[in-house]
Design a protein around this ligand. Structure first.
Ligand code: NAP
Length: 474
């Protein structure tokens, strides 16, 4: 599968050096994409800049019609996209299909939400003036996305950007550009005018630098690691670039002693092991109240033992490969550090590397302690460390003891204890008796070093709009 980049409605880049995309389950080549740099990025930005006036002048209803067509094409091609997504990213095919439908839901939601970008009339303090606040598209948007959700992280930006009247250049992760390119192909098929959607693959630092320094780019929206997010904040200073950042997480799962343990186990398995633990909102550490600590671990282990590891294309597989060697080594280091410092392994604990493919079994560690690496850094793998606590306030203190603030999970049947905990937690997303809280219609984003801004929900389109205040003298 040899693909090209998409600039101004044309597929180009055949003359450029190639990036080989590999299947993380086998190490085999799946396809190639061009290794573009600053020059191609500049052309894509110019195309988006050129297309902006006519796209932004369309009515919200006209833009919505394009997005509805785009949505329907994604749904019609869901099986095909999911197959490519699994081949390049590794997640089980059923999860890939779930992601494609989730990705489509952002396009649908924002196709509708674009029609509700309301202006506001403000009562004036002077009889002879009228005051208005109107909203307008921010302009050309550059979107940088990660490999762990190759489809949804794109549509969560593309949907609201286009609905708001912005044009866009997408830069997907090097591991997963093929899914992104399929989405751009469908945008073209939906008839979205040339230059409105552009896509470049290649040298991240060069492309990123062009995004951050080119004055035609008015907004950069990024999903990825906190480390690169910080770098983009530094780079944004010179141009005061409008930035939205969806960064890393280190989600706590808190199980209180009145929790329905079946529900807690179901939620913890879903949160922790979806995508092999390679999600920004996956539970990274589990705190269980002492009275139910042993019972929870027993039930949790019973459920986790059933998860099957393997090639995501094989039926019945629940956990695919780890994305690459770096990811695998980090997981291994976290487990070894915890065991060295006194944690014990209830399940798993030993990965396998074969022919350039890396697999890690679902692993449960018990009796972990706060200082261990796994309790501080994002593991991004199928490892669940469990720590005991006694009082509710202690759980909140442990949970908040992190520079991250993306997602947290609380399991309790008691509304009073639940509400107090929800209010005490410094996280942007809380799953209360729910291990899978994400949805297109809900705001998604982090506090502290997990990011700036929200995607999805009625908040999601604001990132692509400027508020203009107009004072009219009569
Ligand atoms: P990453 O290394 O930060 O990469 C993310 C994107 O940034 C990729 O497209 C990458 O390109 C690009 N990039 C790398 N260096 C860059 C530079 N100097 N300038 C501009 N762009 C640059 O993150 P990842 O490993 O792909 O993704 C995993 C991380 O994303 C985790 O920390 C996870 O928590 C986070 N995440 C957050 C959310 C959220 O909504 N908060 C959602 C999903 C993932 P190349 O691939 O070409 O290097």
């Amino acid at each position: 599968m040899d693909k090209l980049i998409y600039i101004n409605g044309e597929w180009v880049g055949a003359d450029l050096a190639k990036i080989v995309v590999r299947n993380p389950a086998t190490g085999e080549a799946v396809g190639t994409v061009p290794r573009a740099g600053a020059e191609e990025t500049r052309r894509a930005i110019e195309a988006a800049h050129e297309a902006f006036p006519s796209w932004s002048r369309l009515t919200a209803y006209e833009r919505s019609a394009y997005l509805e067509r785009f949505h329907d094409l994604i749904v019609d091609s869901a099986d095909e996209i999911a197959r490519v997504l699994t081949l390049e990213m590794g997640k089980p095919l059923k999860e890939a299909l779930g992601e494609v439908m989730y990705a489509a839901s952002f396009v649908k939601w924002f196709a509708e939400e674009g029609k509700r970008v309301y202006a506001r009339g403000i009562p004036s303090h002077k009889a002879e003036t009228r005051m208005l606040a109107i909203k307008q598209p921010v302009g050309v948007v550059a979107a940088i996305t990660p490999w762990n959700f190759p489809a949804a992280m794109i549509t969560r930006k593309l949907g609201p950007a286009l609905a708001a009247g912005c044009t866009i250049i997408i830069k997907p992760a090097k591991q997963t550009p093929l899914t992104a390119i399929m989405l751009a192909e469908l945008a073209e098929k939906a008839g979205i005018p040339k230059g409105v959607v552009n896509l470049v693959t290649g040298n991240a630092a060069e492309i990123g630098n062009e995004f951050m320094t080119n004055p035609m780019v008015r907004k950069v929206t990024f999903t990825g690691s906190t480390e690169i997010g910080k770098e983009l904040i530094r780079q944004s200073a010179d141009h005061v670039k409008n930035l939205s950042l969806e960064l890393g997480g280190h989600a706590p799962i808190i199980v209180l002693d009145d929790a329905d343990l079946e529900k807690a186990v179901r939620g913890a398995v879903a949160s922790k092991f979806r995508n092999g633990g390679q999600t920004c909102i996956c539970g990274n550490r589990i705190y269980v109240q002492e009275k139910v600590y042993d019972a929870f671990i027993a039930k949790f282990a019973e459920a986790v033992r059933k998860l099957k590891v393997g090639n995501g294309m094989d039926p019945g597989v629940d956990i695919g490969p780890i994305i690459d060697r770096d990811g695998y080594e980090k997981i291994d280091a976290h487990v070894k550090d915890a065991v060295r410092l006194g944690a014990s392994c209830v399940l798993g604990g030993e990965g396998r590397a074969e022919n350039g493919a890396y697999f890690y079994p679902p692993t449960i560690l018990k009796d972990v302690r706060p200082g261990m690496l796994i309790m501080r850094e994002e593991t991004f793998g199928p490892v669940a460390p469990v720590q005991k606590f006694s009082a509710d306030e202690e759980a909140a203190r442990y949970a908040n003891d992190t520079p991250y603030g993306l997602a947290a999970y609380v399991f309790t049947e008691n509304y009073s204890r639940g509400i107090k905990l929800v209010e005490a937690l410094d996280f942007g997303i809380i799953g209360w008796n729910d291990g899978l809280p994400s949805a297109a219609q809900a705001p998604f984003g982090g506090m502290k070093q997990s990011g700036i801004g929200r995607e999805g929900g009625i908040e999601g389109i604001d990132a692509f709009l400027e508020v203009k205040y107009v004072s009219v003298g009569l």
